[in-house]
Design a protein around this ligand. Sequence first.
Ligand SMILES: *[C@@H]1O[C@H](CO)[C@@H](O)[C@H](O)[C@H]1NC(C)=O
Ligand SMILES: *[C@@H]1O[C@H](CO)[C@@H](O)[C@H](O)[C@H]1NC(C)=O
Ligand SMILES: *[C@@H]1O[C@H](CO)[C@@H](O)[C@H](O)[C@H]1NC(C)=O
Ligand SMILES: *[C@@H]1O[C@H](CO)[C@@H](O)[C@H](O)[C@H]1NC(C)=O
Ligand SMILES: *[C@@H]1O[C@H](CO)[C@@H](O)[C@H](O)[C@H]1NC(C)=O
Ligand SMILES: *[C@@H]1O[C@H](CO)[C@@H](O)[C@H](O)[C@H]1NC(C)=O
Ligand SMILES: *[C@@H]1O[C@H](CO)[C@@H](O)[C@H](O)[C@H]1NC(C)=O
Length: 735
Amino acid sequence: MAKPACSYCLLFALLVSFASAAKDDQDKQVYIVYMGALPARVDYMPMSHHTSLLQEVIGESSIENRLVRSYKRSFNGFAARLTESEREILANMEDVVSVFPSKKLKLQTTMSWDFMGLKEGKRAKRNPSIESNTIIGVIDSGIYPESESFSDKGFGPPPKKWKGVCEGGTNFSCNNKLIGARSYTPKTNEFPHSARDNMGHGTHTASTAAGNAVKDVSFYGLGNGTARGGVPAARIAVYKVCEAGFEGCTGDGILSAYDDAIADNVDLITISIGGDTGQPFEVDPTAIGAFHAMAKGILTLNSAGNSGPESSTVSSIAPWIFTVAASNTNRGFVTKVVLGDGKTVVGRSVNSFDLKGTKYPLVYGESATRSCDADSARFCSPGCLDSKLVKGKIVLCDSAEHPDEAQAMGAIASITKSSKADFATIFSFSVSVLSEDDYNTVLSYMNSTKNPKAAVLKSGTTFKQTAPVIASYSSRGPNTIIPDILKPDITAPGSEILAAYSPDAPPSKSDTRHVKYSLLTGTSMSCPHVAGVAAYLKTFHPRWSPSMIQSAIMTTAWPMNASASPINEMDEFAYGAGHVDPISAIHPGLVYEANKSDHIAFLCGLNYTGKNLKLISGDSVSCTKEQTKSLPRNLNYPSMTAQVSATKPFKVAFRRTVTNVGMSNSTYKAKVVGTKLKAKVVPGVLSFKSLHEKKSFTVTVSGKGPGAEKLVSTHLIWSDGFHSVRSPIVVYASY
Ligand SMILES: *[C@@H]1O[C@H](CO)[C@@H](O)[C@H](O)[C@H]1NC(C)=O
Ligand SMILES: *[C@@H]1O[C@H](CO)[C@@H](O)[C@H](O)[C@H]1NC(C)=O
Ligand SMILES: *[C@@H]1O[C@H](CO)[C@@H](O)[C@H](O)[C@H]1NC(C)=O
Ligand SMILES: *[C@@H]1O[C@H](CO)[C@@H](O)[C@H](O)[C@H]1NC(C)=O
Ligand SMILES: *[C@@H]1O[C@H](CO)[C@@H](O)[C@H](O)[C@H]1NC(C)=O
Ligand SMILES: *[C@@H]1O[C@H](CO)[C@@H](O)[C@H](O)[C@H]1NC(C)=O
Ligand SMILES: *[C@@H]1O[C@H](CO)[C@@H](O)[C@H](O)[C@H]1NC(C)=O
């Protein structure tokens, strides 16, 4: 830049350079440059390698504002702002495995542990000394470190193996419970570098997995009881990748979180973040990071997604990730609406506001507008409601999306409807969410009288004794990327979960309250439940590999009843192996193991070769001829799935190997439950003489074509009279 001759010119020059910088930034985006495994050479310096590669490509020595981050501890690579042509040059470089855009991903947003059988007291044995050596890595929106759920009263120093740090920013302290914190969110003036949680989500998931037992907590009296994580004696390390001001979580940040969490020596990783659909492994930071974690013996738990009940929506699809769906517990929050004629309808919501049963005039959003057409107004769309027409009234809105519009215009309460009325949400004022039928009851009451009135009551709690039902929002299979791997794997409680929250985050949109405990719903909430179970299991079997832990939890799951929910279609594509059962998982009898080489053979069978294979595994391995022939459905997975033709008869074989982890001397017999599929197991009896002995078998299923978008399923059970090792078998035609 030419030297400016006057101060005016300086200002002008600055403006010009800002303008061109802004233009430049528009052609650039953040790409992840993945370079596979770290070279074994002792003198290899990843960061200087990343810098020189980048300098070479952009042709400038200053890489300021270009290098976003370096991956250097558990695998090799970096993230950088690149133009399309720079991306191309890098992608063709020898050291570079692949270059892909860093996409934005989403967060997938006390009672529950008792419901699952992991009660305090007699039935659940605990190993407190081993539990306190367990470190849970939470990749999320940070944490509220002052929460009682993370107090370190009674905790000794961190386990010796811990290699992490506390870099939570200013005014952030770790302790002997919360032993580590790192942040990967972009720094802005409004949001300085900090691992502090300004969304509430990360605090909630961390406390669900491993929070202390804290007595008498509730959301304004609702859901009161003891909030407790799955492994209260375990340690927590947080990796913040999501930020409220930023409205998302970056792929490049997630990959950094894995890079550090693996090297920090966490025991398992829980990540309640994902996209809307499954992505190929090579462009999915969670799949890449979790592969490296698996190779180091660290299990990754990931939420299935909240895009249900539509099929093919599960976003977590890799077999080296344990994918968790969400179900309802036996507790529900109900909010009654009492009409002027005395009739009562029961809706869902978490309504802590007590209007003392007073009845207020009812008005329909459709007729409370002067600026919108009826179709926008009946949804109470932003800007439609007229405050003169709604002030002091209860407003009916056809959608539960914008009740805060009614509040902003001075309404006392709102009545809305939802087709997904199987869970309750918090609102910033009195709201009841009704089913279509009940909503129509209110509308016809309004039609029948001149001065319609109603009262929206404070929420109450109901307890149902029915079996768990999959939540409507929980993402469903089949797996769109790997058709022969069943996803999700398991289900756990995800609706209306009470856990720690950040008072820095509002409990709902437009809410001015500050709470330390709140109720959230989503597969985000079920995922840390299973993380807690996995950690609990690891305290009994510290040497078990990720696949052994996953297998133990899947083969001991409670069977779900597909016909238990009339409103909500459910099958194995909704719940996988069933509902997690922490106590049974301790003694699975047999496990299905799959190590890193098994997963590489699986990728070879999917026609991953050379660079592509390295992209996931990180090592430069090549497929053997035999590996190339391995069928994805023969991965030693605890469930068996095959996609077949809709109309032609099929005969499919699954090859599996089980490892004896029960009693040294034992004999297991195969049983296939249900009559929907013809199945043959060879051999039908497996005799073990010692622990860790392996035996292989083949399951062959046959039948006529299931019909388009249809699934037929059955279960294989290996039983020795004590253990029951259960695997779903699913055959389906494309959805
Ligand atoms: C530190 O954080 C706590 C909790 O959010 C807050 O109450 C306190 O004011 C903060 N202190 C400073 C100096 O920012
Ligand atoms: C919750 O509060 C209600 C009402 O105060 C009380 O009856 C109930 O015993 C409490 N439950 C627990 C678990 O504390
Ligand atoms: C209420 O009355 C309006 C106009 O008469 C009619 O279109 C509507 O269907 C009625 N709604 C119900 C739920 O009865
Ligand atoms: C499954 O649910 C249906 C409908 O509620 C019920 O009739 C059936 O008995 C249940 N089956 C089992 C095995 O519980
Ligand atoms: C992985 O498991 C296979 C059997 O599936 C076994 O042959 C191999 O030795 C194992 N590899 C490692 C590194 O343990
Ligand atoms: C892999 O390639 C072979 C040969 O081209 C093909 O038969 C097979 O279906 C492919 N497998 C997958 C999983 O795409
Ligand atoms: C295992 O079973 C066999 C046959 O039932 C028996 O001879 C042997 O003593 C048993 N071994 C152990 C260690 O229990």
